[in-house]
Design a protein around this ligand. Structure first.
Ligand SMILES: Cc1cc2nc3c(=O)[nH]c(=O)nc-3n(C[C@H](O)[C@H](O)[C@H](O)COP(=O)(O)OP(=O)(O)OC[C@H]3O[C@@H](n4cnc5c(N)ncnc54)[C@H](O)[C@@H]3O)c2cc1C
Ligand code: SF4
Length: 574
């Protein structure tokens, strides 16, 4: 059943009657928050329609709650999770603290064939997944934007790095990104706040990798949307370390603490929670979206809202579901689908191979605090030389840590208590994230039978890794072990975990941008070829996946698309 919480005081509700706005944004997560900020700051009266309920940080954020303050002492209510979050529980961040930020899988069903599991991890609330995301942010380069054109997979991106670079800067300056400048062509530097420090194990690995591989392989601190200095009225991070539970000091970027307040400050934002968008209406005479059809999540009442311009930001697969569900005589297979590409080319990053090892000689070093960030090793495969076995590449996240206090070891008495106070050795792990090729055979479609809690057709997801992604995984485990060996690690353990698509939570590509209306859904400004007042700027728009975490690219594309839409409106072209 849908949530029945009441909206927080102060959230303006529109009347049941359809109201007119300059702009409507569907979704209030990472991209919806950016669209709302940009549209309102450009002077547009903007309605944000959000399917989920509001969040009250004072009550709902639990990053400082200790296990002993929780009913199940942090272990979670396994029986309820099994019943209600049987998909979401596969995500590392969905636990007794943060489980409330993830969807109920019964209310939000989808289907897949038994031999093609897909773990679709979602948040349905004001703020979307910006509440519990991992905050890793990396620019793309022309290596990524040119990849499709060069190796023939997917369609050519209609933009290059130069088109988006100023928008990366614009976004970084506003949200605050900490990181180290490296001068690497495949991972352009950004407008960084000071980087977080590497710990002693990470410095040892960095130095060993540099010695063995020169500048080809690099270990740096993660670039992340977490403040290392006070910034824009928000406080620097105090290293409590469990950001997926919220952040009362607004030290990491999420839309409820950063973009939505900026939109609210203009006086032109109306945020309507509990507004499940069912579909979009299309007027064949004007060739525009003429209305947004909404079901109130609590009352089940239906209503229609109208605006001059619509920004679809409900997340890649939810936006695609809305398009597929917007059927008309003109578009029997879904709105903006004259190319037949809506729903196709689903991608996620292939994740889960690498290596771990032990590092000796630093037994007198301890760590303090919980740095909410790890290391990053930018892509080094297929950058300057072509690999014989696979296309594209991967990057490693990871980090060094001091081993535990032996709490899991057996025993009793004085010796046991002593052991509990002893540190373990220092260790390090590389964990790879690889590029996924765009392929039409990875697709979503409306399930003919299944509907969600609001009666809206659910998705059937059909997605599997290809041989190329499997080869990337294998290579990750080899190169990670090589780098640990170069750092002098012992007990090196290469591994290859076979995670299903979806679990990396970077799903994208199902309404791609392109140069040609016949083979893509959106043009170079995220505008639907088939409906000029419709823009989609979430992950659905991606023509390829690169290997970098994608959300900062979605944010930059969103700000860029709003700039274009506003310009078109001023010229009366919209
Ligand atoms: C644990 C975790 C770690 C992650 N780590 C990273 C990371 O380190 N770096 C990175 O780049 N990305 C990361 N991601 C992915 C990142 O969260 C997403 O890429 C990003 O949130 C996508 O933004 P979005 O606006 O498209 O969707 P979301 O942020 O999911 O927001 C979509 C919003 O639309 C609403 N909505 C959906 N359907 C409808 C509808 N029909 N009507 C109205 N509203 C609707 C939803 O309720 C939601 O609020 C992570 C995600 C998770 C969960
Ligand atoms: S670690 Fe920093 S960013 Fe994360 S919740 Fe704590 S203060 Fe906020």
């Amino acid at each position: 059943m849908p949530h029945h919480r009441r909206p927080a005081a102060g959230v303006p509700l529109v009347s049941r009657r359809a109201a007119d706005y300059d702009a409507i944004v569907i979704g209030s997560g990472i991209t919806g928050g950016w669209a709302a900020k940009e549209l309102t700051e450009h002077g547009l009266r903007t309605l944000v329609l959000e399917a989920g309920g509001p969040i009250d940080p004072a009550k709902d954020f639990v990053e400082h709650v200790q296990p002993w303050q929780l009913h199940f002492r942090g272990k979670g209510d396994r029986r309820t999770m099994e019943k209600e979050q049987f998909i979401q529980k596969n995500c590392y961040a969905c636990d007794e603290w943060s489980g409330k930020f993830f969807v109920n899988d019964n209310d939000n069903p989808y289907t897949f064939d038994a031999d093609k599991p897909f773990h679709w991890i979602r948040g349905r609330q004001v703020g979307g997944r910006s509440i519990m995301w991992g905050r890793q942010v990396y620019r793309w380069s022309d290596l990524d934007f040119e990849a499709n054109a060069k190796d023939g997979h997917g369609v050519d991106w209609p933009i290059r790095y130069a088109d988006i670079a100023p928008w990366y800067s614009y976004v970084e300056r506003f949200i605050g990104v900490s990181g180290e400048r490296l001068g690497l062509p495949q991972l352009p530097d950004g407008e960084f706040l000071k980087p977080m420090d590497l710990n002693c194990a990470e410095r040892m690995v960095r130095d060993g990798v540099t010695r063995r591989f020169g500048g080809e392989r690099v270990v740096t601190i993660g670039r992340c949307a977490i403040l290392t200095e006070n910034h824009g009225g928000r406080a620097a991070c105090h290293y409590c370390g469990t950001c997926e539970r919220g952040c009362i000091t607004r030290s990491y970027f999420n839309s409820i603490g950063v973009t939505l307040p900026a939109a609210q400050a203009t006086g032109r934002l109306t945020l309507r929670p509990f507004s499940v968008v069912h579909s979009l209406s299309f007027d064949p005479a004007t060739r525009r979206v003429s209305g947004v059809n909404v079901i109130d999540a609590r009352t089940r009442q239906t209503m229609e809202f109208k605006a001059r311009v619509i920004f679809l930001c409900a997340s890649a697969l939810e936006s695609t579901r809305i398009l597929l569900n917007s059927r008309s005589a003109e578009f029997p297979d879904g709105l903006a689908n004259s190319s037949g590409e809506v729903g196709r080319n689903l991608m996620d990053h292939v994740m889960g191979a690498g290596a771990s090892g032990t590092l000796a000689g630093m037994e007198d070093h301890e760590s303090y605090g919980n740095r909410p960030n790890g290391t990053y090793t930018p892509r080094f495969r297929n950058v300057t030389t072509r690999h014989p076995d696979f296309l594209r590449g991967y990057a490693f996240q990871g980090g060094g840590w001091r081993g535990g206090f032996g709490a899991d070891s057996p025993g009793f008495g004085r010796e046991f208590k002593k052991r509990l106070r002893e540190h373990g050795p220092w260790g390090f792990q590389f964990y790879g994230f690889g590029e996924c090729l765009p392929r039409p055979t990875n697709y979503v479609a409306l399930d003919p039978v299944k509907v969600d809690a609001w009666g809206i057709p659910a998705l059937h997801i059909n997605c599997a890794w290809s041989d190329n992604e499997q080869k990337l995984l294998q290579d990750m485990s080899v190169t990670a072990a090589e780098m640990l060996e170069a750092a002098g690690a012992t007990g090196i353990r290469p591994f290859v975990d076979h995670n299903p698509p979806g679990l990396t939570i970077h799903e994208m590509g199902t309404a791609r941008m392109g140069r040609d209306a016949k083979t893509s859904v959106l043009n170079a400004h995220n505008q639907a070829w088939d409906a000029a007042n419709l823009f989609c700027t979430d992950g659905a728009c991606m023509a390829s996946s690169a290997n970098q975490n994608p959300s900062i690219t979605y944010m930059a594309l969103t700000a860029r698309a709003v700039d274009y839409a506003v310009d078109q409106m001023k010229r009366n072209a919209l």
